[in-house]
Design a protein around this ligand. Structure first.
Ligand code: DGJ
Length: 748
């Protein structure tokens, strides 16, 4: 891995490892331009010949004698407004005189091994400084007197770099930072399809794909959280690529959990501009003299093995350079959560019964969800009152924790730290801690309001209350929920001019609490949650190595949700549970086998009343947990490959392959049954061509499975041959709607 510097007429920087090349240059006007980003190319002493300078009639040009140099068509690294580039700028600073024309130019650069973590923000990191090389480019606007440091972090082992920007006010007056995106990347074609992960509560991260045409596609959040509606990630893939395994794919994911914007702009010269960062429509930061502003970081990945290759790059970079917990690269405990088993209606006895049964079947962690605190018996009260609800737990939460641990399980608790109910002691004592706008009625949301986390006093208070409970219970796990978005954004603590800082300061407050808790209690496993997957982002993942993927626990719906989530996020981060039937969100009945076969591909756990299940079901759960314990390392940290998309048809399949390629699992799901179906042959991926694999009682070489393909069973094709009529399969499990099959593939 290297960052080469070509010291020619134009300074060039070539960031490369054996997977990617990212080449930038100091342009003729001393701004920074992009020459290339994609598959690694060999280094040479100059890349000047790859630059495209073209004269476009009527385009403004920056030098009187050179019509070919116009920012209108230049591939810019951090573009500005007002100097000839009419596409979207990456940042905007308003001068004292009201001008918004910005023109910072190159001053110097530095290159060093390793990376400093950003203060107050989650960011990528390395344990060994050989794993990241950093390039910092210093720009200065001599008129407005500010500097920008463009930061580039190149990862040694993956096709990934990350980027961010830092602003420094050198002037003697305040500057208004009205837009400060994390990065900008220009491509000289629009030969891409764009994939985004969109949805809503209970249908998060559904894949939407479209071809790029001139104009702007923006996804964003204005909710105070990254949101279930649009995930802060974008993927570009070569147009016309139908599969997930071939051609170039570029991925972008913001390490941020608040309001974001992600823009893809195609201009009329068919150039494509990708940008991401804090949402500029709810952002204005007042930068006092000598103050600095660091943007969130964005992870940028590339693969020329299609979206599957890209996902692998994302997964590995996230596992090794973003997830920071003690659980980094460690299998996750199998849990039982009481939410869908009891909702608010539980007693200590009931919880202990659930825990005992959980222990019997092989569960490792018992999680007590909402309702254990204050006077909370439904969702109308007590958020903020983080002490035991003694009407339900008369012996106290510490005692319950002890009993659960005596059963032989780890103990976890649900918190919703950022929220408050009007019906709470906290509200009586501190009504001014609620976010609201003076003279405006407040909107309602799940009977609760959001605490002003821009206020340090609030963060410290919640920290102190949570710490008491964590210590008292010797807690092993926290589910950190967040169930309402911000309305009436305003903080009493911020001046009139600073209200534009509100949303960013809010999320900095959330990060501060996470930082304090994870530092103080490093053994606690955090699972983030926001009504399911409403804040499933890399910012959260830095602190919480797993996230509750969706409140939709229906296994059929989960196929799409988990499939979409896997585009960017590692399998070990995807919170997935087996729940009861009829399913509580859609009323569907699926077999226990089907539900397990889907939930395995994540953290795996249960969220149903196992004390009322039949012996047969309990035996099946025991077997399933045994199976999962045997294969969870492979499932959570193997190479995950998507084979058939549930967004495209009636079947879904994926596989995981061990790093040594000796073990793999193929998972195949059929949504609706069809009689006498056509042949169903799947070409497997990621195996070793030369290894002889056993699947059930058959043997295949890797090259056969990957090139000839693997034939899936046909459960029903006429009475003569059907396994059903031979009594080998039974309705509702292998036969009928909603069936699944896991194939264990082992090298002999
Ligand atoms: C929303 C979460 O997503 C659920 O899993 C559950 O914890 C409820 N909140 C509790 O109120």
């Amino acid at each position: 891995m290297s960052i080469f510097v070509n010291n020619n007429k134009n300074l060039e920087f070539h960031l490369t490892n054996n997977k990617i090349s990212y080449i930038i240059t100091v342009l003729k006007n001393n701004q920074i331009g992009n020459i290339y980003f994609g598959k690694a190319i060999k280094h040479r002493e100059s890349f000047d010949h790859l630059m495209i300078n073209r004269c476009c009639v009527l385009a403004p040009y920056n030098f009187e004698d050179d019509m070919d140099f116009s920012l209108e068509t230049t591939r810019c690294e951090y573009p500005v407004f007002g100097k000839g580039d009419y596409r979207k700028e990456a940042f905007n600073i308003k001068d004292e005189n009201g001008s918004t024309v910005n023109y910072p130019t190159f001053v110097s650069y530095s290159i060093y091994k390793g990376k400093e973590e950003y203060s107050k923000l989650p960011s990528t990191y390395c344990e060994n400084e050989e794993d990241i090389t950093t390039l910092e480019i210093l720009l200065e606007d001599k008129v407005q007197k500010y500097q920008i440091i463009l930061k580039y972090h190149l990862f040694e082992n993956y096709g990934s770099i990350s980027r961010s920007s830092k602003f420094i006010n050198l002037s003697k007056h305040k500057l208004e930072l009205n837009k400060a995106l994390s990065f900008n990347l220009d491509f000289d074609s629009n030969n891409f399809n764009l994939l985004t992960l969109d949805g809503a509560w209970t249908r998060e991260r559904h894949i939407n794909e479209r071809a790029l045409l001139p104009g702007i596609i923006q996804i964003e959040s204005l909710r105070g959280a990254s949101s279930a509606n649009h995930n802060p990630s974008l993927i570009l893939k070569d147009k016309n690529t139908l599969d997930e395994n071939t051609n170039d794919a570029y991925g972008f994911s913001l390490i941020y959990s608040g309001n974001f914007e992600a823009n893809v702009q195609v201009d009329t010269y068919n150039t494509t501009r990708v940008q991401m960062g804090i949402n500029s429509s709810t952002f204005k930061w007042i930068l006092s003299p000598n103050e600095t502003f660091q943007t969130p970081e964005a992870l940028i990945c590339f693969s020329n093995n299609g979206i599957n290759g890209l996902s692998n790059t994302f997964h590995r970079t996230i596992e090794n350079h973003i997830i920071k917990s003690k659980y980094k690269n460690k299998v996750r405990p199998i849990l039982l959560n009481n939410w869908e088993a009891t909702y608010f209606n539980f007693t200590e006895d009931k919880l202990l019964q659930l825990a005992s049964k959980a222990k019997e079947v092989g569960v490792e962690l018992f999680v007590l969800d909402d309702g254990w605190f204050g006077e909370r018996n439904d969702d109308t009260s007590s958020l903020g009152d983080w002490y035991t609800n003694t009407s339900k737990l008369p012996n106290g939460i510490g005692e319950l924790a002890k009993k659960i641990k005596d059963i032989g399980l780890k103990f976890g608790l649900w918190f919703e730290p950022e929220m408050i109910n009007i019906k709470s002691k906290l509200y009586k004592e501190n009504p001014n801690w609620v976010i609201s706008t003076p003279n405006r009625e407040s909107c309602f949301g799940r009977n609760q309001f959001v605490l002003d986390f821009t206020n340090d006093e609030v963060v410290e208070y919640i920290y102190s209350k949570m710490s008491i409970i964590i210590s008292d219970t010797k807690l092993d796990y926290i589910k950190w929920d967040m169930n309402r978005n911000i309305t009436e954004p305003f903080s009493n603590l911020l001046s009139k001019d600073q209200q534009g800082e509100f949303f960013h300061r809010y999320i900095l407050g959330v990060y501060k609490l996470y930082e304090k808790l994870t530092k103080e209690f490093p053994n606690v496993l955090f699972e983030s949650c926001a009504s399911g997957g409403g804040r499933f982002d890399l910012g959260m993942m830095y602190y919480a190595p797993q996230a509750w993927c969706s409140d939709d626990t229906d296994a059929i719906e989960r196929l799409k949700i988990q499939y979409g989530t896997s585009l960017v996020y590692p399998i070990s981060t995807i919170g997935s549970h087996v729940s009861a039937i009829p399913n509580h969100q859609v009323g569907r009945n699926t077999s226990l086998k089907f539900r397990s076969d889907v939930a395995y591909f994540g953290t795996f756990g249960y969220e149903l009343d196992i004390t009322t299940m039949s012996n047969e079901e309990i035996e099946k759960i025991k077997d399933d947990i045994k199976f999962f314990k045997e294969y969870r390392e492979l499932i959570q940290f193997g190479d995950f490959v998507r084979l058939e998309s549930p967004f495209k048809g009636n079947t879904c399949s994926w596989m995981v392959i061990s790093k040594d390629k000796k073990t793999a699992i193929l998972a195949y799901y059929k949504i609706l049954a069809t009689a006498n179906p056509p042949l169903n042959k799947i070409k497997l991926k990621g195996l070793d061509n030369n290894l002889l694999y056993k699947i059930e009682n058959n043997h295949f070489y890797g090259d056969e499975l990957m090139n000839v393909g693997f034939n899936l069973e046909i459960p029903f094709n006429g009475t003569a041959r059907s396994e059903y009529y031979k009594g080998k399969i039974t309705t509702g499990t292998d036969f009928g709607d909603f069936t699944s099959q896991l194939y264990i593939i082992k090298a002999e």
